[in-house]
Structures are given as structure tokens and as C-alpha cells.
Design a protein around this ligand. Sequence first.
Ligand code: AMP
Length: 192
Amino acid sequence: MNVLLLGPQGSGKGTQAKRIQGEYGIPHIATGDMLRNAIAQETQLGRKVKPILESGELVPDDLMIDLIRERLEQPDTAEGFILDGFPRTPAQADALDAMLSEIGRELSIVFEFQLPDQIATERLLRRAELENRTDDTPEVIARRLALYHEQTEPLVEHYRAHGNLVGIHGDRTVNEVFSEVQQALDQVAARS
Ligand code: AMP
């Protein structure tokens, strides 16, 4: 089962992705985590992207596309994957379509987590405090949400046209959201 999660930062994608991974045994591929790891390990990629993450801007498409191509080649994705944080731009979405068709796979389902900016901002500020995430200042959060609306939200229409988009209201408890996610995934699993 190949799952894609769309939604602004703070909408609960990461939390739900971890639940999906636990329940269905497919790997959670979170580009933000991969980049933060690269920064922590001070790799060449990490050094390049550090200032970009700190400012809330987007990492260039070609770097992200290479990163995901390599990740999807790993054998643990054979039974499926949960993509969280990629694609974020139309060019990334086109590259993903091309990559998947090359290997004869397609997205089984695309979730769009919906959450008003104000609630996303409150959640992100709280998370910044709890996890000491230095990239989560009010200015950077606002910039990332603006970029989400500008660059990523249009992808919803791209996936709606493919007919496998499911909208999810993110302003509920983790368990409430997960039970809806699970219903949708079980339907997909039953079809395949
Ligand atoms: P996230 O943890 O998904 O919120 O991502 C944290 C940061 O990593 C973003 O604000 C971007 O700077 C960068 N990033 C993660 N995924 C992507 C992507 N697909 N394209 C460009 N930048 C990304």
C-alpha cells in the first residue's frame, strides 16, 4: 500500500504516519526528518540545507527528488510506504509520478489533512517549546504555512483528478483521526 500524506505543518501528518507504520508495517518516509538527520550528522547535504530549514524556505526540488528516489529504491519499501513531506511542489509531484510509473507502482491513497492556519500555528509553537525545535519561531512558522498554501496545496487538485484523494479534518484527537484514516486504508486494502 503506497500512501501519501498532504497537509500543513502541525496538521498531525507525522503522528498519523507513525500510527500507520505501526499498524500496517510499511515505512514512514518523512523528508523533514531525513533532512534534520543529515543536519545533525553534518553531512554535505546537511550543511547545504541547514540555513534553508532554519529560514522556513523549501529545499531545491532537484535535491529533494534525488533524496526520495534513493529512499524509494530501498528494499523496505517493497510492500509499500508512507510519504510525509514530499512532494511539496508541482515539480516534485511530477517527478514522483514519473518515478512511480517507472517502477510500475502507483499511490494507493492520498490523504489531505486540513487544519486552519491559526490552529496549526498554536500547535507548532507548543511543539517548538516541547521539542526545542529551533526552526519553529513565529516568523518561520508563518513562512512555512504561506509556502504550503502557495506551493503544496495546489497538489490537492492534482491528486483529486486521480480519484484517490481523501480529506481529513485534522482538528480532532489523534485517535479520532486515526480511526478515520484506518477505515479508508482498510477499504484500499480490501480492494487490492
Ligand atoms: P517538515 O518536517 O516536513 O515540516 O520539513 C521541515 C523543513 O524541511 C521544511 O520547512 C523544508 O525546509 C524542508 N523540506 C522537507 N521536505 C521538503 C520538500 N519535499 N521540499 C522542499 N523542502 C522540504
